[in-house]
Structures are given as structure tokens and as C-alpha cells.
Design a protein around this ligand. Structure first.
Ligand code: UTP
Length: 294
């Protein structure tokens, strides 16, 4: 039987240049979507997918992430004294549920390099990778959808999304053939090749890789085997291409909506959508939106 995936790796050591100047002193992963930092959405998704073992790859200036998942005695005492039960519960729910481990990436040498930093903590088991600026709104958590495929095939699985040609050059794009699965929902692919950020004319398909992965531990050897690629960085896509030489890799067109919250416009869209869905804020926010003239 294929063992369940228990560990989720959160690379969070990037520089966040697309969101400057907000990210000059504050990690991108701590930008709040309504009232929770981006990384918390990802952590909750991992927990709801059965992955309670959280490994965050941090860099310089990222201590706010560690503080966020730590216990804040003074704050809890103050909320308790003032009988703010709901707020106390929301603060505790962050630190209570999970074990968080941290590992440092001293220099932002690329996503592949960041994942490699987690090698010792992950050890010899399959794990997930979550890029927390990709926020996903889905009935079944995206990681769980990937995990269902992983449990069946025991191979690495990447989350895929259809992207229009004018935006395709911002993504890693796969060349893949559809695979019938569970009576065939048309969502599963076996990946033949992948290209990082191709021009629309050279893109092998309209299927882009987004920030959720389940990876088997052989990926570490692949990361160690490759040279720096695009932008002089150790790219995860290059390591996946290396892995493809010896192992099957699957892609799954997940059900749900993904927001690129590491980008200013994507972040604004996510904020509006998430605020409208909130039971406490949705109605007054909608009312406000109706009242402004667009
Ligand atoms: P991005 O491509 O979004 O890069 O990284 P970035 O530096 O965070 O942001 P921009 O593009 O400059 O605005 C994807 C994910 O990989 C992590 C980032 O923290 C982000 O979660 N990452 C990237 C690392 O942990 N280390 C790296 O060296 C590069």
C-alpha cells in the first residue's frame, strides 16, 4: 500500500519583487487576504488534506512567519482578560493545530534549491510543495485532489490549470497526454515534457503548472543533478524534467479557482472574491461594491 503524504513544504524564501515596496520589510507570504496571511490559507489546505507536518523554508527578513505560527502569550492573555473568545479562538487555532518546522535558505537561489533545503526533514518519503502565493478556492482542497491521484499511482503529481495564450509565458507549461482515470473525468494527464515560461507560439499546450505539487523523494537527486537554469536559478521545473527521465510524472487539472496573490492584480481579485464569500463581511461588502460607480 502507498503510504499517505504527511509532510508539506512551503518555500517562502523568495524576494517577492512583484509586490514591492510592500515586501521590502514584510514577507509576501504574510500579506493578509481579508484577515489571514496568505501562508495560512496554504497551511489550512495542507491540514485539510491530511498533511499536518509543515516545513517552511524561510530566508532573511522572514521572522514574521515564525512569529505568526508561534504562541503569543501576551496577546492570548489580553484577549482572555477582555473575554474576546472568538478572537482568542482564531489566534489559538493557528498555533494549536500543527507542528511547524523551519529550515533556512540563505540565498534565494531558486525554487528547486528552496525545496532541496527541506531534504533532511522530508527524508525518504513523498511530500507536497505549496507555493502560498497561489491561493486556491476549492470545495475539495487542491492538495487532497492531488493526493487522491498520488495514492492511486504512487508517482509525483502536479496541479495543472488551463491558461489563455496571452498569459502562458508566465508559467511552466506541460506537454502531456490524457489518461483515463476512474471512468475518465478528463482531468488526469501523463506528462511527456515541460517548458518553463515559453512564448505563446512555442507552448506545447495550454496547461500550466501552478503552485501545488506532490513529489516523490527522488526529486532531491534530480535537483542535485541539474545546473542553474533560467535567471541563474535552480529551477524546480528543470528538476522535474530530469525526474521524468526515470519516473512517470502526472498532472491533474484540479477543480477550483486559483488566484495569483503574489501579483498585485491577482491579489486584489482574490481579496474581493474572498471578502464576498465571508459570512460576516459578504453582505455589507457587496452593498458597498454596488454603491460605487464603476
Ligand atoms: P516566485 O517565482 O513567486 O518568486 O517564487 P518570488 O521571489 O517569491 O516573487 P517575485 O516573483 O520576485 O515577486 C515562487 C515561490 O518560491 C519561493 C517563493 O517564496 C515563492 O513561494 N522561492 C523562490 C524560494 O523559497 N526561494 C527562492 O530562491 C525562490
Amino acid at each position: 500500500m502507498i503510504p499517505k503524504v504527511r509532510k508539506a513544504v512551503f518555500p517562502a524564501a523568495g524576494l517577492g519583487t512583484r509586490f514591492l515596496p510592500a515586501t521590502k520589510a514584510m514577507p509576501k507570504e504574510m500579506l493578509p487576504l481579508v484577515d489571514k496571511p496568505l501562508i495560512q490559507y496554504g497551511v489550512e489546505e495542507a491540514i485539510h488534506s491530511g498533511m499536518n507536518n509543515i516545513i517552511i523554508v524561510t530566508g532573511r527578513g522572514k521572522s514574521a512567519i515564525e512569529d505568526h505560527f508561534d504562541v503569543s502569550f501576551e496577546l492570548e492573555q489580553m484577549l482572555e482578560a477582555r473575554q474576546k473568545k472568538d478572537l482568542l479562538a482564531s489566534v489559538r487555532s493557528v498555533s494549536d493545530l500543527i507542528d511547524v518546522f523551519y529550515v533556512r535558505q540563505k540565498e534565494a537561489l531558486g525554487l528547486g534549491h528552496a525545496v532541496l533545503r527541506a531534504k533532511e526533514m522530508v527524508a525518504n518519503e513523498a511530500f507536497s510543495v505549496v507555493l502560498s502565493d497561489d491561493v486556491i478556492d476549492a470545495e475539495i482542497p487542491c492538495l487532497r485532489q492531488l493526493h487522491d491521484i498520488y495514492e492511486f499511482y504512487g508517482c509525483s503529481v502536479l496541479a495543472l490549470m488551463e491558461v489563455p495564450p496571452e498569459n502562458i509565458s508566465a508559467y511552466g507549461v506541460v506537454d502531456a497526454e490524457p489518461v483515463a482515470h476512474n471512468g475518465g473525468s478528463g482531468r488526469l494527464y501523463r506528462i511527456r515534457n515541460m517548458v518553463e515560461k515559453p512564448n505563446a507560439a512555442d507552448a506545447p499546450s495550454n496547461l500550466a503548472i501552478i503552485g501545488r505539487y506532490i513529489l516523490t523523494p527522488e526529486i532531491f537527486h534530480s535537483v542535485e543533478s541539474i545546473e542553474p537554469g533560467r535567471g541563474g536559478e535552480i529551477q524546480l521545473t528543470d528538476a522535474l524534467k530530469h525526474l521524468l527521465r526515470t519516473r512517470p510524472v502526472y498532472g491533474y487539472k484540479f477543480e477550483g479557482t486559483r488566484y495569483d496573490a503574489g501579483d498585485k492584480l491577482g491579489f486584489l481579485k482574490a481579496t474581493v472574491e474572498f471578502a464576498m464569500k465571508r459570512h460576516d463581511l459578504g453582505e455589507p461588502f457587496r452593498e458597498y461594491l454596488r454603491s460605487i460607480q464603476i
